[in-house]
Design a protein around this ligand. Structure first.
Ligand code: SF4
Ligand code: SF4
Length: 451
């Protein structure tokens, strides 16, 4: 394996803030363009802006390394026009081979398929990958991590925004393995009694009440919201309820499909047909069910388009899952898909973030930006210490790393505690603190120890 790819795999770089796809695999191609996705279209999250403003040297360094690796002559950074501070800072030292793509403040500008189309006017083939049209896309944190591992520093922290019903929203680097509870406590306390936490952004993030979970490499945000808020209510509905209510109440008005960003780009996705499948024979009705295959899960149909308050997005997600588990999934070739033209009204149907925030009932929070605060300052202000971390051996798509430490071992920050599995999609996992291993299972538990 190439030297940089090895460092990226052993250093544990994955798609930060996404599904955790191992970055060394993404870098193993030859393409024309390398794109950085700095559109940050999930309301309330601010980590990409912090990273671009504070670590532009490492960010550009990572992009240039990636461009060299994949043979790309051009780098493009997608960033919204509204982020003037970040744009000005980037422009000060922007390398000649990298340009800025200034984007409108609409959702979902940060979908990589949208970003690529806006940047070069090409569409990723349905069921295909960006590299099929000569593009590699990564998020800002992943490029920074590429730079860091190339300079000997493994991935041990994640940049995260904490916002919502907390006293002092912030964005900072936190050690991987801290619990949600400890990280949220750094915001000075929760300001309501009955709350849930969104992992990620309010549109695509999932809801949890288990605050013992550890932050991982793919954690991007922890949003504390009231349990009876619109976003929480939508995400807390059980799958059975979503199906039962959808089956009874969908009037096939078609608005979900009219507003679907992927449909507007000409992809074969029609969420109203996935809803219609509920009313007939479900996933077995392939005429309708296959219309869910190209869904990106952006959630716009559910949180913005549907006038009945239904959840076509979740229906598309569950339909896709069932197509796969029933061996009914079809490849683009089997589907004989034809790319249709981009919808002539696409540019008028982008959803402005400001209006989306109003619809999501997040207006009370949006006026406060979760600015960067140094992690040690947060610990001191809140009289907190890190006592232990729980670091999962799988924080990525593919095979879990193999534990290479035992109970009682003393480890240092940055030391490999889980080794990437040979000849498999896998990355290594590292200790995020100096300490002693106290448990080894699917996660490694480490207690702080000054060594
Ligand atoms: S927008 Fe709602 S009611 Fe209309 S077709 Fe879609 S799911 Fe059904
Ligand atoms: S979640 Fe809804 S709007 Fe988004 S791609 Fe899927 S069907 Fe389209």
């Amino acid at each position: 394996m190439d030297q940089l790819l090895q460092k990226v795999q052993q250093g544990g770089v994955v798609g930060a803030g996404g599904a955790g796809f191992p970055t060394y695999v993404k870098l193993d191609c030859q393409v024309e363009y390398v794109m950085a996705n700095g559109a940050e279209c999930e309301p309330l999250l601010y980590k990409d802006q912090v990273l671009m403003q504070r670590e532009s040297k490492e960010f550009f360094g990572g992009m240039l390394l990636a461009m060299q690796q994949v043979g790309a002559k051009r780098g493009i950074i997608g960033i919204k026009k509204k982020n003037k501070i970040s744009i000005d800072i980037l422009r000060e030292t922007l390398p000649d081979s990298i340009e800025l793509l200034l984007m409108e403040d609409v959702y979902p500008a940060g979908d990589e398929v949208e970003l690529i189309y806006e940047a070069i006017g090409k569409r990723v083939p349905s069921g295909g990958l960006p590299k099929d049209i000569g593009v590699m896309v990564n998020n800002i944190e992943s490029f920074i991590n590429i730079y860091k591992v190339a300079h000997g520093h493994a991935v041990t922290e994640t940049m995260i925004t904490v916002h919502g019903e907390v006293k002092n929203p912030f964005t900072t680097w936190v050690p991987i393995g801290m619990s949600y509870e400890e990280v949220i406590a750094l915001a000075g306390g929760i300001t309501c009694d009955d709350f849930v936490v969104i992992e990620g952004g309010p549109m695509m993030g999932s809801v949890t009440t288990d605050l013992t979970q550890p932050v991982t490499k793919i954690s991007s945000g922890l949003l504390v919201i009231k349990r009876d808020s619109r976003v929480a209510r939508a995400k807390l509905k059980s799958e059975d309820d979503v199906r039962r209510i959808g089956k009874a109440a969908c009037d096939q008005c078609n608005l979900c499909t009219s507003m679907c960003p992927r449909a507007l780009l000409g992809y074969p996705i029609q969420p109203h047909l996935a809803m219609r499948a509920l009313q007939v024979s479900g996933v077995n009705n392939l005429t309708y069910a296959l219309a869910a295959q190209a869904c990106s899960g952006c959630n716009l149909c559910t949180m913005w388009a549907c006038p009945e308050g239904l959840d076509p997005s979740r229906i598309c997600v569950t339909t896709k899952r069932e197509l796969k588990s029933n061996n009914l999934w079809q490849t683009p070739a089997e589907l004989q898909l034809k790319t249709i033209d981009v919808h002539p009204l696409r540019s008028y149907r982008g959803v402005p973030t400001k209006q989306l925030v109003r619809r999501l009932e997040l207006v009370d929070y949006i006026s406060v930006i979760a600015e960067y605060v140094d992690f040690n300052e947060l610990l001191a202000t809140n009289k907190q210490n890190i006592e232990r971390v729980v670091i999962p051996l799988s924080q990525h798509i593919g095979k879990s790393a193999d534990a290479v430490v035992s109970v009682g071992d003393v480890v240092k920050k940055g030391q490999i505690i889980g080794q990437a599995v040979d000849d498999a999609l896998s990355v290594s996992i590292h200790s995020s603190i100096n300490g002693k291993v106290i448990a080894v299972d699917t996660a490694i538990e480490i207690e702080i120890e000054i060594i």
